[in-house]
Design a protein around this ligand. Structure first.
Ligand code: SF4
Length: 282
């Protein structure tokens, strides 16, 4: 990326409009779209990626999370599952945030063409509520609900890319559940196992996120489960009463027992950001 001056430049974006930034950045050339790969079956929700992101961007503890790790529960005993989701800006090919900003006359978001990163112009960071509302992934993060609070989002670690290094979240992942490359390379590397979307995420046709994913395989019961035998075992607690008297007590989840049945993709305020994602203090 080149930054030749501190004066205001006009930047052509690959949509129908033109924006003016104050960054001094003069992009040119044909966009090459880079993006993320997420392997849900490898992720253990250790949230090292989210902590590394905040640390790298020097964002303090609290709700401003350019990268959120979401966790939710599905299934009933014995086939239960904790699902994990890596959620950040996916630097969409058709970014709804950018369209919303352009529609409201705000030039604070632009798509740079070297990596296809969707970036915030810091001079407009406190005027991006319309853009944040338009993003289907809730990827534009705030430290408070104050309407003039400055926005932050994933910038693809573009400074690291310029040094030939991958984004910090990818390098922080202990289980190699994340990867980053051109979308063409990711599709060629993972295309046979990956899809363009994950259960729980919005329909990708809306914005064409730069993401390919490998969904965790359906859970297999290695040892067949016999509810009648379980009840027998649980009944042998003499002189204590049986723990369960009916198999539905262990195969049906009552209201209030489950923690979260679906991921919160778009939190309505910063409190919900904190309660619905990991790394609350990082
Ligand atoms: Fe914009 Fe959201 Fe897409 Fe990122 S994920 S480019 S913030 S619409």
């Amino acid at each position: 990326m080149s930054s030749t001056s501190t004066t205001t430049n006009t930047v052509s974006i690959p949509t129908t409009s033109t924006v003016t930034t104050s960054s001094g950045y003069s992009p040119s050339g044909t966009p090459t779209q880079y993006g993320f790969f997420f392997d849900q079956s490898r992720c253990t929700d250790c949230f090292a990626c989210a902590i590394a992101c905040k640390n790298y961007l020097r964002i303090g503890p609290g709700p401003q999370k350019p990268l959120r790790m979401l966790q939710w529960e599905t299934g009933t005993f014995p086939s239960v599952r904790l699902n994990f989701l890596f959620l950040t800006c996916f630097h969409c090919a058709n970014p709804a945030c950018l369209s919303a900003a352009v529609s409201s006359g705000n030039p604070g978001i632009y798509k740079e063409p070297k990596y296809g990163a969707v970036l915030i112009d810091p001079a407009y960071a406190s005027k991006l509520r319309d853009a944040a509302a338009a993003c289907p992934y809730g990827a534009i993060a705030y430290a408070s609900d104050d309407p003039s609070a400055p926005a932050a989002k994933c910038d693809m670690c573009i400074a690291r890319l310029e040094q030939g290094r991958k984004p910090i979240c990818v390098m922080a992942c202990n289980t190699r559940a994340l990867d980053f490359d051109t979308m063409a390379n990711l599709k060629s590397k993972y295309g046979s196992v990956a899809a363009s979307n994950l259960t729980g995420l919005p329909d990708p046709s809306a914005t064409t996120p730069s993401l390919i994913v490998k969904q965790a395989d359906p859970k297999k019961l290695l040892v067949p489960y016999d509810p009648a035998k379980v009840l027998q075992l649980m009944a042998k607690r003499d002189p204590l009463p049986a723990v369960y008297t009916d198999s539905s007590q262990v195969t049906t989840i009552q209201n209030g027992v489950i923690g979260r049945a679906a991921p919160v993709i778009k939190p309505i305020n910063v409190e919900e950001v904190v309660t619905s994602s990991r790394c609350d203090d990082g």
